[in-house]
Design a binder for this molecule. Structure first.
Ligand SMILES: Nc1ncnc2c1ncn2[C@@H]1O[C@H](COP(=O)(O)OP(=O)(O)OP(=O)(O)O)[C@@H](O)[C@H]1O
Ligand SMILES: [Mg+2]
Length: 534
């Protein structure tokens, strides 16, 4: 029985990931109770599928026609514009101009920072725009526009104009399916798709069976990007507007200290596991000309689409750990990150790129000269998929699915928990999870080591998850406000003093946090539920 359940989960998850309509359409959960029968006639997608095959039987393992899973979008003949070109060429800008001029619309981006940048731009242009990400929901009264992270895009609302940014992410193993879903499923008269030219043939093939009208618009870079012939040399050569790129938390803080010890500059930091609001604040402070944080030390969390006041990108390494192994950055990644320098209209009209290590210069130069390789199609063993699709990486979800299958929960709940590592046991037993069961006043102090900082980031992940769930299961996760109000890391960054004094070693100046928490309880909680991070 357990094996059968696990198989069902696997099948359901594969179906869900290839058919992302599942994310917002609970009725398609039917797909995981099929057991090989065909009692699914009430599902609109399947009605369509039946029509498609022109027979009364469905082969539910046949995933070769994903475009028919989105009947609302298929009812339209969408005008699709592909805006493709190098970084900083105005692709997003032009798509957003169309969005601003439309009566209703949605922007779908890969990063929360980017979604926020777009929401701010629209609101500033007097186009009321909501901001909706997994953990944030800032709704503006009367708004007909939304800026969202692509996973949050709604396939059931009709728009006049929709934008999908950084569409080359469609090739990403873990998030690509959300881009595929948006590309096929957004129900919009006009669809603007921005990204790397390498993606054009694939997008054209994917859209071919939809009947949409596709127009490709090529762009040129708006301001020059100059790869330097020499490395940075010494850290004393760091200047305002520099951004040093590295990929681990440890080296981010090490480089920050190294630069600040020079006594000339203070650094903002931006990296993936910083809580999103802290990330936004750090990026804003770096961009703010009146702030004294004029150097940025960042990971590739700044890599896509963002408009930061960077004059020079300095790669400290051209390798990153991608969750499985250390690997060289791809040409596309190098170009994306380098493209943050010298943004058109910013303080620095010419961008420069270099690195710390002279061994890296040849690769850097050749990557910046090369076109990105055409995005390839991938296959999952014997899954019957069209050549332009692959099934998303879902091993982590499958681990959660195996646990969830044992619990007395409905299919939709099971699916939600598969998407997110949470306090499943508590929810299944009591149907409600109070924040105080996770959080009690305690003795947590300002971190004195990188491990403690890491722990603090983990705590924030738990809080983010709580907020994430509270948006989906409001009654069961009632303490959203309390969870969202915790600013541990910001307090740490603000109170530990190093921002005000570059020479101060923040690790040796512990101060107690404003609010204190029971670290051991949180650690235990996090270890129990963080199935994904294993
Ligand atoms: N026609 C224009 N007038 C004024 N500003 C512009 C124009 N085109 C682009 N910009 C500005 O130039 C900057 C870069 O443009 P944009 O973000 O559209 O580039 P992109 O091609 O999308 O780059 P990336 O690939 O890095 O996302 C932005 O700050 C944008 O507002
Ligand atoms: Mg862009």
């Amino acid at each position: 029985m357990a094996v059968a359940a696990a198989l069902l989960s696997r099948r359901a998850l594969y179906s869900a990931l290839a058919s992302p309509s599942w994310l917002h359409d609970t009725s398609s959960c039917y797909i995981c109770s099929i057991s090989g029968t065909h009692s699914l006639v009430n599902h609109p997608n399947l009605r369509l599928q039946r029509g498609y095959h022109n027979s009364g039987k469905f082969d539910l393992t046949d995933l070769t026609h994903p475009h028919i899973w989105y009947p609302n979008a298929r009812e339209k003949k969408r005008n699709v514009f592909l805006h493709v070109g190098p970084t900083n060429s105005g692709k997003t800008h032009n798509a957003l101009k169309r969005l601003e001029a439309s009566s209703s619309g949605v922007y779908c981006g890969p990063l929360r920072l980017l979604a926020r940048e777009v929401a701010q731009r629209l609101n500033k242009a007097n186009v009321p725009c909501n901001l909706i990400t997994g953990q944030e929901r800032e709704e503006i009264e009367g708004a007909k526009h939304s800026s969202v992270t692509v996973e949050m895009a709604d396939m059931t609302t009709e728009y006049q104009c929709a934008v999908i940014d950084e569409i080359q992410m469609v090739g990403c193993r873990s998030r690509g399916f959300s881009f595929t879903r948006a590309l096929l499923g957004l129900c919009s008269d006009e669809l603007h798709v921005c990204g790397d030219p390498a993606v054009v043939p694939l997008i054209q093939r994917i859209l071919e069976p939809t009947g949409d009208v596709v127009t490709v618009q090529y762009y040129e870079r708006l301001s020059p990007l100059v790869p330097l012939k020499t490395t940075l040399g010494s850290f004393s050569n760091i200047k305002a507007g520099d951004c040093v790129v590295t990929f681990s938390r440890r080296s981010i803080y090490m480089l920050k200290r190294r630069i600040e010890m020079g006594g000339k500059h203070l650094c903002s930091v931006v990296y993936g596991s910083l809580p999103p609001e802290t990330r936004t604040k750090q990026a804003t402070m770096f961009n703010d000309q009146d702030s004294n944080l004029n150097v940025l030390v960042a990971s590739d969390a700044i890599g896509m689409g963002l408009n930061l006041n960077i004059s020079r990108i300095i790669f400290s390494t051209l390798e990153k750990f991608d969750g499985i192994c250390n690997r060289e950055l791809t040409v596309a990644e190098i170009k994306q990150i380098a493209g943050r320098a010298g943004r058109y209209g910013s303080k620095f009209p010419v961008g420069e790129v270099t690195c710390l290590n002279s061994d890296h210069l040849p690769l850097l130069h050749s990557a910046l000269k090369s076109p990105s390789p055409i995005i390839e199609e991938r296959f999952l063993d014997k899954a019957k998929l069209s050549p332009d699709y692959f099934i998303a990486d879902c091993e982590d979800m499958l681990k959660v699915a195996a646990i969830v299958d044992e619990l007395p929960l409905g299919l939709y709940d099971k699916y939600l928990f598969c998407l997110s590592p949470v306090d499943i046991q508590n929810y299944a037993k009591k149907g409600i999870v109070r924040l105080k069961e996770i959080f009690t006043p305690g003795t947590l102090q300002v971190p004195k080591s990188h491990n403690q900082l890491k722990e603090l980031e983990s705590i924030h992940k738990v809080l983010e998850l709580y907020v994430w769930l509270s948006f989906r299961l409001e009654d069961s996760y009632p303490d959203r406000e309390l969870a969202a109000s915790q600013k541990l890391i910001e307090e740490y960054l603000e109170r530990s003093g190093w921002q005000q004094n570059g020479r101060k070693d923040f690790l040796q100046k512990p101060k107690r946090l404003h609010q204190e928490y029971d670290a051991s309880q949180l650690r235990k909680y996090f270890q129990e539920i963080d199935v994904r991070s294993k």
